[in-house]
Design a protein around this ligand. Structure first.
Ligand SMILES: NC(=O)c1ccc[n+]([C@@H]2O[C@H](COP(=O)([O-])OP(=O)(O)OC[C@H]3O[C@@H](n4cnc5c(N)ncnc54)[C@H](O)[C@@H]3O)[C@@H](O)[C@H]2O)c1
Length: 333
């Protein structure tokens, strides 16, 4: 396994050396926009594809080219066919677990057929490298054997989880068939600036938004359910490292997957207390009935990303929560 230095096919435009062309799907969304920022900072030419179904135009970096389109469209397929992107970074998704349960066909259309449209375009256009946003929160399912290592048993309990795992198998097949280098990053619970606090959002964004409006925090059940919270800029950095990583032995889906988290379980009660402490808020916490179908515990092991990507999370929870709250306060969310 190796880390490449820079792309051998870097292009020179005027006086500026470009590291490569990156297509970021979902780049108007929370994580994808930070990933796009990182590619731009590293000298890539960035194109964003997003249908703005949950993403926002304000999130799109000014230096990126924006294509307002569905990942499943012929327009996006043609874009990939005629542009030799050096990397396809795929973050666009239907990612609402409840929607996937209510309408699994819609979930599969966006997450599976959308991916295939992108992969077929990439294959025809000569794009060799794919970085895919998978989910450590859903592919492993419920188990007490925490934190989950990459080769742990996979048992997704929602169509969304099945679509993420299925996507990883398609990536493995394209790697075998066409010699592409596909990497799946299995994220834990990502939080940070630009996360949408509305609808089925992450608990951190919801809590920050409620504190900002002076409202009490609602904890479902006893609040002992745990998650592994990882800061979005650490996640974006992992994407850059994964873009340069390659293996000549992509034998299984786990050989080309990295968990990206902190390996630490934090309960919802602890999270609420940490947030209140970090921002010095004076809000109370109320408990509401437990929500059906929620995992009790979740965390991912990160030794593999440390060893092969030289990645580890650098943002402590308190610091990340403070930055998230500041963003929500400044943006009135
Ligand atoms: N947020 C997390 O904690 C987390 C955890 C695990 C995995 N992920 C994965 O990371 C990725 C990004 O998640 P996020 O939290 O930034 O969500 P997000 O909703 O902010 O971003 C998703 C983006 O994809 C766009 N999109 C959706 N359907 C599209 C389509 N058919 N065509 C084009 N664009 C489309 C949306 O408009 C949005 O901008 C998703 O693939 C998600 O499954 C997120």
């Amino acid at each position: 396994m190796h880390q490449e230095g820079t792309f051998a096919f870097g292009v020179v435009f005027g006086a500026t050396a470009m590291k490569g062309r990156a297509l970021v799907t979902g780049g108007a969304g929370f994580i994808g926009s930070h990933v796009a920022d990182h590619y731009l900072e590293a000298g890539y030419d960035v194109t964003i594809v997003d249908d703005l179904s949950s993403g926002r135009e304000e999130n799109i970096p000014r230096a990126a080219e924006f294509v307002h389109a569905d990942i499943g469209s012929s327009e996006v397929r043609r874009l990939l066919e005629r542009t030799r992107f050096d990397v396809l970074n795929h973050h666009a998704a239907q990612m609402d677990v409840r929607v996937s349960v209510e309408d699994p066909s819609f979930d599969a259309r966006v997450n599976i057929l959308g991916l295939l449209n992108l992969l077929e375009g990439a294959r025809a256009g000569g794009t060799k490298r794919v970085v895919f946003a998978s989910s450590g929160g859903v592919v492993y399912g419920e188990s007490d054997d925490l934190p989950h290592v990459e080769h742990a048993r996979k048992l997704p309990v929602s169509p969304y989880g099945v679509s993420k795992l299925t996507s990883e198998y398609y990536l493995a097949a394209y790697t075998q068939l066409y010699g592409m280098q596909c990497v799946a990053l299995r994220y834990a619970n990502v939080y940070g600036p630009r996360q949408n606090p509305h609808g089925e959002a992450g608990v951190v964004a919801i809590f920050c938004s409620r504190i900002n409006r002076g409202q009490q925090l609602t904890v479902f059940g006893d609040g002992g359910q745990t998650r592994d919270y990882v800061f979005v800029r650490d996640v974006a950095r992992a994407n850059m490292l994964a873009t340069k990583w390659w293996t000549d032995n992509p034998a299984t889906i786990d050989a080309t997957a990295f968990n990206i988290g902190t390996a630490t379980e934090t309960s919802v009660n602890e999270l609420a207390q940490a947030l209140i402490g970090a921002v010095g808020a004076a809000v109370s916490i109320m408990h509401a009935p437990e929500r059906a179908g929620e995992l009790r515990r979740s965390a991912v092991a990160i030794e593999r990303a440390g060893r092969d990507l030289d990645w580890k999370p650098e943002t402590a929870l308190g610091e990340g929560l403070k930055q998230t709250y500041e963003w929500i306060r400044e943006n009135g969310a």
